[in-house]
Ligand binder design. Sequence first.
Ligand SMILES: [Mg+2]
Length: 327
Amino acid sequence: MRSAALYQYSLEMDSMVILRNQRLQQREGFFVELKDGDRQGWGEIAPLPEFSAETLEQAQAAAQQWLQAWIAGDNSVSGDAAFDNLPPSVAFGLSAACMELNGGLSNEGEYRVAPLCSGDPDDLVVTLNQQEGEKVAKIKVGMYEAVRDGMVANMFIDAIPDIRLRLDANRQWTPLKAQQFAKYVRPENRGGIAFLEEPCQTPADSLAFAAETGIAIAWDETLRDEGFELKAEPGLAAIVIKPTLIGSIARCQALVAQAHDLGLTAVISSSLESSLGLNQLARLAKSLTPEVIPGLDTMQLFRQQVTPTWPGCELPVVAEHQLVWQG
Ligand SMILES: [Mg+2]
């Protein structure tokens, strides 16, 4: 006997969260609950404004239609290929709920995160120097002067010799700006950059940048370009997989396998999911990309969390969510 419910949530964000052209004051999305006999699974469906093509309304409609069929006992909807017909955020949330219901999602999570430098770089240097083991940090670049970004990256590598910096320019730079950045990272320091995500507006310019500077790059936005196929390219070190934007867990799994076959690092990363989705991403990372620290340091951008809470996070918990559909 199957049943399901869809809840809508709304969580307050930190006042500083800006997504491309808008300030994100509330993070909104859905939690889906599947029940089959005494088994249960949860998932999160949360299209990311400015990044997801689907709206909340479209995601809700697609989810409800899927849930109807699933409750009616149609097992074809939970086949790997069937999820590919759904908007990515819906495919991710529903496939995660199915996987949890079937006991396929690891109970153990990878809760080490790549700390995100969102404030004073000096504070992060102190934190990293106190950290045991692999020292990974993520810095958003491309928002201010490229020269300043280059100086900050150089400063981090000078201050923490074994650091593996992950930089993300979100396709903000022209080739000239990218060159200005590179000029301020001393050649002997460039190896301290594990990768720089999407330096330039086009993949071709980003690859040219990697060839000219010796700075390794990673694909994030490019993975979602129409017709894109993953290939090994000189200077390409990694791919950043955001399941909410990519789709079902099976699809993410296939991308990880493809990356590994090509000798690339795959990094599971968040799209500002709530603590429920973030916990599932940590569990997914533990099984799909062991050894790699996932990009999940996004709870600091929230003012509220949900159950399950994020380890070590003290934010207040919102326990009630609006039931929008059940069957
Ligand atoms: Mg990115």
